[in-house]
Ligand binder design. Structure first.
Ligand SMILES: [Zn+2]
Length: 230
C-alpha cells in the first residue's frame, strides 16, 4: 500500500518522465482523490517547468536538479512540520496532565496549542501563499520560491534575536526547580518531581527548536538563497 509520501515521489519522478505506464495510472488515480498530493504535483510540475525554462533547455541543466530537489525537500518539510506541530500539541497535553494531574488545565492548554497550530496551517500559510503569488510577476515561480525562502529567513532571524532573552527566562525557570524541591524537602512536603520534569522538557525542547532554527536551518536557507540568486 502506498502512502502520500510515496505518491509525492512518484509525482516528482513524473516530472522527469521516469514513470512506467502502470505507475502513471496509479498516480493519476490517487491525484484524483487526494487534494494534498494534487497540490504537490501541480507545484512540482510548475517549478520543474520554470527551472527548465530558466536553464534554457528542455533537459535538466547543471544546478537545476539540485534546485528542484531543494524545492521538493521544502514541500516535504512543510508537511512534516505540520505533523510535528500536531504531535507536539498532543505531547503538551499528555505531559501537563501527567505532571500536575489537572486534566482540565492540560486539556485547555492543549486546545490552545492545537488552535494555534490550526490557525497557522489553515489560515496563515494559505495567506502567505496568496501574498507570494501577488508579489511574484506572472509565472515567475522561481521568484516566488526565492521570496518564500527570504520570508523564512526573516522569520528565523527574528527568532534568533529572541534566543538570548529566551535562555535567560528559561535558565531562571529551571534554576527555581531545585530550589522548590529543596523547600518541599525541608518542609516535609511531598516532592513534586513531575513539575520539574515538565519544565525541563518544555523549556528544553523549545530552546532546542529555537537553537536549531537559528544555527542549522537559518544558515542552510541562506546558502539556498545564495544558490537561487547566482
Ligand atoms: Zn495523497
Amino acid at each position: 500500500m502506498l502512502n502520500c509520501d510515496d505518491y509525492e515521489m512518484l509525482a516528482e519522478r513524473a516530472q522527469r518522465d521516469a514513470l512506467t505506464p502502470e505507475e502513471r495510472d496509479v498516480l493519476e488515480r490517487h491525484l484524483a482523490e487526494c487534494d494534498g498530493c494534487r497540490e504537490f504535483a501541480e507545484l512540482a510540475s510548475s517549478i520543474g517547468g520554470a527551472l527548465r525554462q530558466r536553464a534554457g533547455s528542455a533537459g535538466p541543466a547543471p544546478g537545476v536538479a539540485g534546485l528542484r530537489a531543494g524545492f521538493i525537500a521544502r514541500l516535504h518539510r512543510r508537511r512534516r512540520d505540520t505533523a510535528i506541530g500536531i504531535a507536539g500539541a498532543a505531547a503538551v497535553i499528555a505531559l501537563h496532565s501527567w505532571a500536575y494531574g489537572t486534566e482540565y488545565v492540560g486539556i485547555m492548554i492543549g486546545v490552545l496549542v492545537i488552535g494555534l497550530v490550526v490557525v497557522v496551517f489553515r489560515f496563515q500559510l494559505p495567506r502567505r501563499r496568496r501574498e507570494l503569488a501577488a508579489l511574484a510577476p506572472d509565472g515567475d515561480l522561481l521568484g516566488t520560491y526565492r521570496t518564500d525562502v527570504e520570508l523564512d529567513i526573516k522569520g528565523f532571524r527574528s527568532a534568533r534575536s529572541l534566543l538570548p532573552a529566551y535562555f535567560i527566562v528559561g535558565a531562571l525557570a529551571l534554576a527555581i526547580q531545585p530550589v522548590l524541591l529543596v523547600k518541599q524537602y525541608l518542609f516535609s512536603e511531598e516532592l513534586s518531581w513531575r513539575g520539574a520534569i515538565w519544565s525541563f522538557l518544555i523549556f528544553g525542547s523549545l530552546g532546542y527548536k529555537l537553537w536549531r532554527d537559528s544555527y542549522v536551518n537559518l544558515p542552510r536557507l541562506e546558502r539556498e538563497l545564495d544558490e537561487l540568486r547566482s
